[in-house]
Every structure is written in structure tokens, then in C-alpha cells.
Design a protein around this ligand. Sequence first.
Ligand code: NAD
Length: 387
Amino acid sequence: MIAPNPNDPDRRTFLAVAGAGVLVSNIMAQKQAVPLAPPDKQPPDLKVPDPPKKPAGYAIVGLGQLALEQVMPAFAECKRSKPVALVSGHPDKAKKVAAAYGIDPKNVYDYQTYDKLADNPAVDAVYIILPNSMHAEYTLRGLKAGKHVLCEKPMAANVAECERMIDAAKEAKKKLMIAYRLRYEPFNMKAIELVRGGEIGKLKSITASHCQNTEAPNIRLSRELAGGPVGDVGIYCLNACRYLTGEEPTEVTAVAQQPKDDPRFKEVPESVTFTLRFPSGVIATCDCSFGTDESRRYRALGADGFLELDPSFPYHGLRLRVQKGGKISEYKLEEKNHFAGEMDHFSECVLDGKDPRTPGEEGLADVRVIAAIEEAWKIGKMVAVSK
Ligand code: NAD
């Protein structure tokens, strides 16, 4: 190759071109040197994130209105609960529900094959959503099959049945919880915190009302199925008075109205008004009815103000207000699905060994008061609540 003459003016051009060539080849070399795959870099102190916790598998027992309209859809909002089996007397309906919720058709049972749940390890718990008269039998059979039991309110038809259910759960070493959904949602929990925390001063009285128009035919209108307004809707008022005070009533009075001209109320009263006396001196007045327009509310009256939840018992739209010193303030809380909260709590009990917030004893306490209310309206006198 002929070396360029340094005096040649074209030499600069030559050098510039040659230099550019070197630059380009350097850049290309560099580009080729960029590693295309990441290095096998490992953090020195590896933290493995927790895997999602295993959900508890539920068998839903009874596919009526509550099960289909509220409980099954609520599983979508559950973190630790999954429907894995169904128990129904109607195979076609159960098949459709199983298909919609991805439940293996092998896991559909009826009331005769219910006990075979014992052989199904996918089922941790049964959720009993049957007429009240069937709660005790299906709880006892569920426990015998080795399952934990979540049972709808009212716990059972009478005190003796409730006691049998509690004893059987203890003997089987399984959890028993009564499905008081309002104890698993923010508005009623806040009301408990405020009233018990002294926000309205010393609590003096409570008024509560839970009324609706119940059309026939309905399990609620049947004595044989342990229907009636006190166990069905009045129980929300009674339970609220117990959770707001944190006390057990000692005495009750009650009056009932059973109109002869309305065939719906041949077996159960239309309306019952009852009063409860608590050890602290709090007096509660509650009314429940199957023959009026909707009323679902309570007000706790204290020495310095009052707390009102109106409505207090429906699935949605609860409103919590407190009046103090003539000023009303409203608590805006995030609404949560009551059934998802309740089932996930029970799943924690089943899987993590926690104790239910509303165990069988809670259901029994209400049923004891309901028995006293029934006696009070029958004999027309104040009745002591049995212990
Ligand atoms: P429903 O009548 O709609 O459903 C009852 C289910 O039981 C049906 O699937 C029916 O086929 C079945 N069943 C089996 N044997 C029966 C028999 N001999 N007679 C009648 N039905 C029989 O009632 P529901 O409103 O779904 O109420 C069921 C339970 O849930 C009751 O204990 C009720 O108190 C409770 N409940 C609770 C809430 C709540 O908010 N927690 C709301 C509604 C109902």
C-alpha cells in the first residue's frame, strides 16, 4: 500500500476517511460486545413471596333464595373460600349451578347421599342454608361426616337443639359458626366500636325494627319449618341489642298480633313487639313483622347523643349517623360483601385454627331469648331469660 504524502492536501481527507472507518468498526465491535441475555444475577438475600393461601372448600347445603342470590355470587369476592360441592333435593337445578361455578358434577349430593361427604376430602366445611327446622339435623350429620359447620340463623328451632349442636361440634373437634353476616361488615362493626367506646355517653336505650311483607308460600310462614317473624327478622334486632350492649338480656316482655283474616298468619304471628331489659339498665324495644312495608333500622340512645344505623340490616346501602351536641355526623365507610367477609372468617377458623366470632354459643344465646319472647307473648307477662 502506498503511504500518503503528508504534504498532500488530500492526505487529511484520507486520514479523516480512515479515522471514520476505525470509529465505525469500533462502534460495531462495541455493539457486538453488548450481552444480549441478562447475566444470571441472583439477589444475595432471596425473599420468596408468600404463595396464595389454600382456600377452604365448601359444600353449600340447600340451593334456595339465599344460597343462589347471595351466597354463591359472594364466592367471587372471597379470598380463602371456594365452593366445591352442592347438596340439593333438585338434581337439575344443582347440575346447572355446578356447571356455572365449575363444581365437579361428582360433588353434587342430595339429602340422602349428604353423609357421603365424609369420603370427600375437598370439602372442609358445610354451609347450611335450609329451613330453620332442618339446621340441627344437617349440622349434626355434617359434623359426623367430619366437616366444620357454618349454619344460617336462627341457629335452630329450640334451645335443646342448639345445645346438641354445640356438644356435637366439641365432641367432633370441629368448628361451628352461626352465619350472623352483620358481624363481618364495616357499618355494624363501627357501630359496636362507637357505642361500646362511649361515643354517645352512657347507653340508655335501643329501638330496633325489622319488618317486611312476606308473601305465601314461604318457609317463614310455616310453624313446622320453625318459621315466624322473631326467628327470621326480629333476631336481627335482638342480636344488634346484644352486640351493641355486649350484654345478655335478663328479662323480656312481648306482644304478638296474629290476624285471623289473613291466611298467611294461620301458623305464625304477623307482628311481634318485644322489650329486653339488660343488666346495665339498658332497655331495648324491638318490632318485627311479616305484614308491613320494609323497615330495617336501629337507634342507640345515650346520655350524650344517639347513634343510628338506618338502614342497618340489608345487604347494601347501610347508613351510619351519630348525633352529639345537636350536630349530626355521618360515617362514610366502604361497603363490603357481608357473606364474603363471613365465609372468609370461617375459612380462617377452619384452616388457621382461629375461633369463630359468632360461634354456636352466640346462636344459642339468641334462641334462649327467642324462647322467652314466645313465652312472654303467650302468657302476657314479663319472662326471665333462661341461663
Ligand atoms: P328458601 O325457601 O328460598 O330456601 C330453602 C331451601 O331449602 C330450598 O332450596 C329448598 O328446596 C330446601 N328445602 C329442603 N327441604 C325443604 C323442606 N322440607 N321445605 C322447604 N324447603 C326445603 O329459603 P331462604 O330464604 O334461602 O332461607 C334459608 C335459610 O337461610 C333460613 O334459615 C333463613 O333464616 C336463612 N336466611 C338468612 C339470611 C341472611 O341474611 N343471613 C337471609 C335469608 C335467609
